[in-house]
Write a protein that binds this ligand. Sequence first.
Ligand SMILES: [Zn+2]
Length: 242
Amino acid sequence: MTLQYHMDSHDGTYKKEFQSKVTAVYPGIVELEETAFYHLGGGQPPDKGTLNWKDGESVVYDVRKKNRIRHMVEGDLPEVGDSVEGKLNWNRRYTHMRMHTSQHLVSAIVSDLYGADTVGNQIGSDKSRIDFKPLKLNMNEIDDLIDLTNEYIDKDICVNISEADRSDLEGNPEIRSSMSSGLWKLLPKSVTRLRVISIGEIDVCPCAGTHVRSLKEIGKVEFVKRDNKGAGKQRLTYTLNN
Ligand SMILES: [Zn+2]
């Protein structure tokens, strides 16, 4: 199994470059012993970047996880056992970290104020969206929501990565009722420990994505649009401003 730096710590999450041994190579695919590349999942897009080694270079254009982490590459292919240097497109990845953490924050506030679940989300570099249900906010309520979100961001609250026993999370009212919490309940029974992202006292959410250390790094959340999708579902789209 590939060791994923971002899982255990913020230090690992902020790794922009790393060294690793190549464990497997297929046409257009490289597998590594360890990686800083985030794979597509949880509404967060995969990282992009490069792999370099003594006599070659390839571009990582996609990263997927199916039992193992697969770096989808264009260019040269290393050999099994080679030592490669991986380098992330950091601007893209850091924006996803800020976007993903804002998604947790907005989802937590909406859950708290309106009791609405997050039933879908798509993190992007330019804008991100969250689907809530049931929810039908008017523009005044959305303005208040965004103001409150930015007040929390200004407080510079810490974001923590930890692990928890699944049995302690299930049925715990402190755990945000959201898509993530709905999805982790579908994980096989053999999964008994889960990675948890907490934002101060505001939110606790099982999640395997990448997040910033502190809310202040988000900058400022700006509302883009709302779409009422029917069946009580409302989609809110937002962007970030430094
Ligand atoms: Zn998440």
